[in-house]
Design a protein around this ligand. Structure first.
Ligand code: CA
Length: 220
């Protein structure tokens, strides 16, 4: 998934970005509220991790403004403000969840997974498509009952496709999911990962239609 991290504390931001990258997410990091609002408005993100105490524009003001403009991107607030009234204000402003600093990276990653799952209308962490099983909590894939070892990018790509079987994602959409701003993307990166997935799973599992992109066969 493509995440926008909004955090002005260098240490917390670096730790969160690293932890989320290890989960296979593409993470873009901005350090003030004005940048956050501009970046979030382009609609490319699957989730925002939003600090509240920020330079230039308060996180709560950013959230209210995004919601007022109709942006429905899931928002997980991460802040040191732990008063009940702050949490209530954050949730009422349209946040999906709220995590108080200091937090544990494992909990952050679990909350991100839970918010993404709820937004996709699922209660289980396991995606099942035909004979394919993608465990989004363990980041583990089984095909026809056998464990399959995938690289972090291969996994992220497969999860994106398994999230909406039958739907087509273009190469550009997949690149956006897989790579953040600072990462170099080889022009054939998506094709290379698709090739590896077809080899490790089944050549017929992922379809490619010219002009539409890639999709996972509904029957797995
Ligand atoms: Ca802050």
């Amino acid at each position: 998934m493509r995440l926008l991290l909004v955090e002005d504390d260098d240490m917390i931001g670096a730790a969160a970005r690293e932890g989320l990258r290890q989960e296979g997410h593409a993470v873009d990091w901005v350090r003030d509220g004005a940048q956050a609002e501009a970046a979030a408005a382009n609609g490319v993100y699957d989730l925002l991790l939003l600090d509240l105490g920020l330079p230039r524009r308060d996180g709560l003001a950013v959230l209210r403004s995004l919601r007022a403009k109709g942006h429905e991107v899931p928002v997980l607030i991460i802040t040191a403000r732990d008063a009940v009234s702050d949490r209530v204000a954050g949730l009422d402003a349209g946040a999906d969840d709220y995590l108080v600093k200091p937090f544990d990276l494992d909990e952050l990653c679990a909350r991100v997974r839970a918010v993404l799952r709820r937004r996709a209308g699922r209660s289980s962490a396991v995606l099942r498509v035909g004979e394919l099983e993608v465990d989004t909590a363990a980041r583990h894939v089984r095909w026809k009952g056998h464990d399959v070892a995938l690289s972090a990018r291969e996994y992220a790509l497969l999860e994106a496709l398994a999230d909406r079987p039958g739907a087509f994602l273009s190469r550009a959409q997949l690149e956006e999911r897989l790579y953040g701003w600072e990462e170099e993307v080889a022009s054939n990166a998506v094709e290379v990962h698709i090739h590896a997935l077809r080899r490790k799973l089944d050549p017929a599992l992922i379809r490619n239609v010219r002009g539409l992109g890639y999709s996972l066969a509904r029957d797995g």
